[in-house]
Design a protein around this ligand. Structure first.
Ligand code: RB5
Length: 147
């Protein structure tokens, strides 16, 4: 069985955290599609969010990770796409519930708000936790149906 591909991207606020999480994922056997950025030069987070959502919409990956200073701007950008359920997560509980209740397919982290070990914990839980289904199904379906 081939390894799952995870797509990852960040703005200049998230380069260290992206490198850390990418290395962890590679060690765990995932294929990584890294869309940058890779330097501290200032960039616009929507560009990286849209690159990642295009990769998911194009079938290159089914799950993604976005990182900016707060996780907020990059999640707002990603969530403009109706197929994307991007969740800003700060701790183990929010990481678990965004999967169980919201079937989040993009994890958003704020590199200026949480430390590397919390980010690792959030990622681990995000990847391992299944959608809860049941009463959450019709709610999640409505997220993609704006009419
Ligand atoms: C970049 O300075 C910063 O605005 C960005 O990383 C993010 O925090 C936006 O939501």
């Amino acid at each position: 069985m081939s390894a799952e591909t995870i797509v990852i991207a960040c703005d200049h606020g998230g380069i260290d955290m992206k490198a850390l999480l990418k290395a962890d994922l590679e060690s765990a056997g995932y294929e990584i599609l890294d869309l940058g950025t890779d330097s501290e030069d200032s960039v616009d987070y929507p560009d990286f969010a849209y690159a990642l959502t295009s990769a998911i919409n194009g079938g290159k990956a089914s799950r993604g990770i976005l990182i900016c200073g707060t996780g907020i701007g990059i999640s707002i950008a990603a969530n403009r796409n109706p197929n994307i359920r991007a969740a800003v997560v700060h701790d183990a509980l929010s990481a678990r519930l965004c999967r169980e209740h919201n079937d989040a397919n993009v994890l958003c982290l704020g590199a200026r708000l949480i430390g590397p070990e919390v980010a690792r914990d959030c990622l681990d839980i995000f990847l391992k936790t299944a959608f809860g289904g049941g009463r959450h199904i019709q709610r999640v379906e409505k997220l993609s149906n704006l009419n």
